[in-house]
Structure formats: C-alpha cells, structure tokens
Ligand binder design. Structure first.
Ligand SMILES: Cc1cc2nc3c(=O)[nH]c(=O)nc-3n(C[C@H](O)[C@H](O)[C@H](O)COP(=O)(O)OP(=O)(O)OC[C@H]3O[C@@H](n4cnc5c(N)ncnc54)[C@H](O)[C@@H]3O)c2cc1C
Length: 434
C-alpha cells in the first residue's frame, strides 16, 4: 500500500502500544489514521511476559482479550521463597474476581501478544506501513497541522502525532520534552546491594532437570542480597529452537557486583553460576537491563513549542520506562493508548468541525503521567524490598538485626491475612487504573 501524503492522525511505532492506539482509534471511528514503523517486521523477542487483569479488561473493550487469554497461561499465584525454606508469602489472584473477568496474571510472550494485536489490526483494515522511520517533525504551512518527515524524504501532513515509538524516540527531543528519573537512581540499603540491583539479566531457558515449581505460579526466590524470579512459560514459545512440549522458563535475577556489567545477551556459561541451585540449563533468549526508570516531563506537547501546531501525544515506553519487576511497562502503555483513543477521536472530530479544544488531551496527559509516576514508585519499592541486605546491621551500634529477616518475617505475618493478599494482587493487577 502506498504512503499517503495526509492523515488525521499519524501513529509512530507499531509495538504493542502503537497497535493498541490504532485499534482504539478505529473503535472510536476516528477517520484516516496512518500507522508507521521503522522496522521491516515486528519484534521477535519475548520481553513482556505478564499481562495483568486491568490490561485484559482494556483489551476486552477492543475485542482482543479472548484471543490473548486463549494463547497464554493463567498464573493464579505469586509465591515468595527464601533459599531452602517453605514459602514466605503467597498472593492469590482469584479473589480479584469481584472486580474483573480476568482474576489472574496472564503469562504470554510479548511477540505472541503483538501478533494478536497485529492480526486484529489487519482484520479491521488498519495497515502498518513498514519500514518507514520518522526522522523529523515540522510545523506545516497550515498551523493546525504538522509535517511528519520519513527517512526516504516522504512527508505526511497530519493533525495529530501519536509517539508510540519506544524509549529512544526522537520525538521527545523534537518537541523539547525532558526525560529523567523522577526520584533519582535507586539507592539501596548498602553499596553492595546497590550494585546488585543496578544490573540484572533476564532469560528464557530450559532446565536439564526442571525445578519443582508450580506451573501456574510466579516464583520469587530471595537469596543472599539477590532474588531470582522464575515463571513456567506458556505453550511452545520457541518452536524453532526448543522441541515441542519441553518446558521453557522465564528467569530474571540480579548480577553480583564482582561480575561487573553483564554482556548484552548473556549465554548459558554466564547464567549458569547464577542459577546453580536449580541445576544445568540451556539459554534460548536472554538480555541484560539496568534497573533504570525515566519519565517524559510532559505526555502532551507541540512540535518545537510552536503555538498553533498540531498536538503530539507520548505513550508507552516513549513516555515512561522502568525495570521489568512487577511486569508493568507494556501493561501501562496499552492502557495509556486505550485511554487516549476516545479523547483523540473526539478532538479530531471537533477539529474537523472547526471547534477543537485541547483541554481533554491535556487532562489525559496529566492523568497518565500521574499514573506512570505511581507505577515507577511501586516498581522501585518492589525492587528495594527484593534486594534487601541479609548482612547483619546494628541498632545504636549494639543490637544486631538482619533487615531481610525482619522484612520477610513481617511479610510472612501480613500474608496470613486475606485482605493483605487481595490488596497485593489488586496493586499488581493495575485494577486501580481501570
Ligand atoms: C527484558 C524485558 C522484560 C519485560 N517484561 C515486561 C513484563 O513482564 N510486562 C510488561 O508489561 N512489560 C515488560 N517489559 C516492557 C515492555 O517490553 C515494553 O514496555 C513494551 O515493549 C513497550 O511497548 P511500546 O509499543 O511502547 O514500545 P516498543 O515495544 O519499543 O515499540 C516501539 C516501536 O516503534 C518503532 N520505532 C522506533 N522508532 C521509530 C521511528 N523513528 N519511526 C517509526 N517507528 C519507530 C520500533 O520499530 C518499534 O516497533 C519488559 C521489557 C524488557 C526489556
């Protein structure tokens, strides 16, 4: 399909968030939406494994939730262990049935979710133009419009730009939008912990002798100044690399300081010493990441601050990033997009009628930024708790105590109350964002 020269809305980026924005705009009858992506094909890495209840509610409004649920595994508990001891705490998701049709965390690889969103776009006639990279935005001669400039020199004149092109988007820079960690880099309880929390690795692996873990649980194992997450992967996520029926696990763990920065795609030799308590494994996919958070200082802007040019909305990783603990990034982005769609569709309809006001878009941006800050704080708090030191500390230099033991003991007691478990499940599920 040839590239148009004008559009009411240009969605830049066809990751999960951009595709959700396109589906939402289609549902709200927004005419003339163009979706662009700089890559020839979609991402093939598994990245986001958890889809939460609030996101499934959102996807249900777009008529894609059933397909997503049918392709994933329902995870009904999160269990925290310490090495060699019975579980400290278990969070049960079924009680969330009071608030949602989806009282579980859905385990599904991001590339499978993206394929389902892609299929839904195709069925609705939403074409993704690839590979077309946006390299610049300029105010158009008509001040209500923006010119979107592609790497081949093609120009699309549009009323509104949706920046859903990931954390490295150039559009923030083009709109003079700042990007920083809202609370500074994570400072943990000791220099040693800080280093462990600053580098992490995530990998999809098979075990030569599978660990004795429940397949429908997210398992968090707390060890000395570190933590290991292990989830049994749904389906056959790597049909080309792993024989059908072989269990694949997603693992994520901190990297001890003495190992320095991990390689960008750590192999089995690197990961094995970190996983020795579970036995030999084979790495199928892996990545390292810094436990870094950042947020755009505005989710709504104009090109170069020029008064009168069309609006630019930032969503997904283009607006906020944080560590994968708690599995919030893609979830939050999908909900940003779904919440933007009716507001933007209404703006476009009003603009076509010559009565546009940007107030509702500004309100959307303020509300989503507030929510993103809450999620960043939640993830940082989770991270701090997981990497609490097991070294002995002293009150007044005299009375010894072990911070991790104290915290785990408090958690064990609190977890015996149903209200605490339900509150924990509710927080992770994002239902407060519905
Ligand atoms: C290891 C790991 C584990 C994770 N686990 C979870 C999890 O369990 N749960 C969760 O919710 N999140 C998780 N995340 C985060 C999640 O992967 C991201 O939040 C999600 O991919 C963001 O989607 P997006 O559509 O905003 O951006 P992206 O997925 O980055 O997509 C952006 C798209 O924009 C395109 N693009 C970029 N620049 C341009 C341009 N100039 N012009 C045109 N197109 C462009 C790219 O080609 C890409 O297709 C994880 C991330 C990592 C790295």
């Amino acid at each position: 399909m040839s590239l148009p020269t004008s559009a009411e809305v240009v969605v830049v980026g066809a990751g999960p968030v951009g595709m959700t924005a396109a589906l939402g705009l289609h549902k709200h009858a927004c005419p003339d939406v163009v979706v662009l992506d700089g890559q020839l094909t979609g991402e093939n890495t598994s990245r986001a494994l958890a889809v939460h209840a609030a996101t499934l509610d959102t996807l249900a409004d777009l008529d894609v939730a059933d397909r997503v649920v049918g392709s994933g595994r329902k995870l009904s508990t999160t269990t925290v262990w310490t090495k060699g001891q019975p579980p400290i705490s278990t969070t049960y998701f079924p009680p969330l049935g009071k608030y949602t049709k989806y009282p579980f965390i859905l385990g599904i690889a991001q590339h499978v979710t993206e394929q389902i969103l892609h299929d839904a776009c195709s069925e609705r006639g939403i074409h993704i133009h690839r590979p077309h990279k946006v390299v610049d935005l300029k105010p158009s001669d008509d001040p209500a419009f923006t010119d979107v400039i592609l790497d081949n020199g093609h120009v699309i004149r549009t009323r509104c730009v949706v920046a859903a092109n990931g954390s490295r988007t150039i559009i923030r820079q083009l709109c003079n939008v700042g990007w920083s960690d809202p609370t500074g880099e994570l400072k943990s309880v000791s220099p040693n912990d800080e280093a462990e929390a600053a580098n992490m690795v995530v990998a999809d692996v098979t075990f030569k002798s599978p660990p004795p873990l429940k397949p429908d649980a997210i398992n968090l194992v707390h060890t000395s100044s570190n933590a290991l997450m292990c989830i049994y992967f749904p389906g056959d996520p790597y049909p080309d690399a792993v024989p059908s029926g072989t269990p694949v696990y997603r693992i994520a763990t901190g990297v001890p300081r003495e190992l320095g920065a991990p390689p960008s795609a750590p192999g089995t030799d690197y990961l094995q010493p970190l996983l020795d308590r579970y036995g030999p494994h084979v790495t199928v996919w892996s990545s390292r990441f810094r436990t870094h958070s950042a947020i755009a200082d505005r989710f709504f802007a104009h090109v170069g601050e020029t008064a009168g040019t069309g609006p630019v909305c930032f969503l997904g990783d283009a607006a906020h990033v944080h560590p994968p603990m708690g599995g919030q990034g893609m979830n939050l982005g999908i909900r940003d997009a779904a919440k933007l769609a009716p507001v933007l569709a209404e703006y476009v309809a009003a603009a076509r009628a010559g009565t546009a006001s940007q107030t509702a878009l500004e309100a959307w941006a303020a509300q989503r930024r507030k929510r993103a800050l809450e999620v960043i704080n939640f993830v940082k708090d989770l991270q701090r708790r997981l990497w609490l030191s097991t070294d002995t500390k002293y009150v007044l230099g005299l009375i010894p105590y072990n911070p991790a033991w104290v915290q785990m003991s408090v958690l064990r007691v609190l977890s015996s109350f149903e209200w605490f478990q339900t509150k924990a499940a509710y927080t992770v599920s994002g239902l407060a964002d519905s």
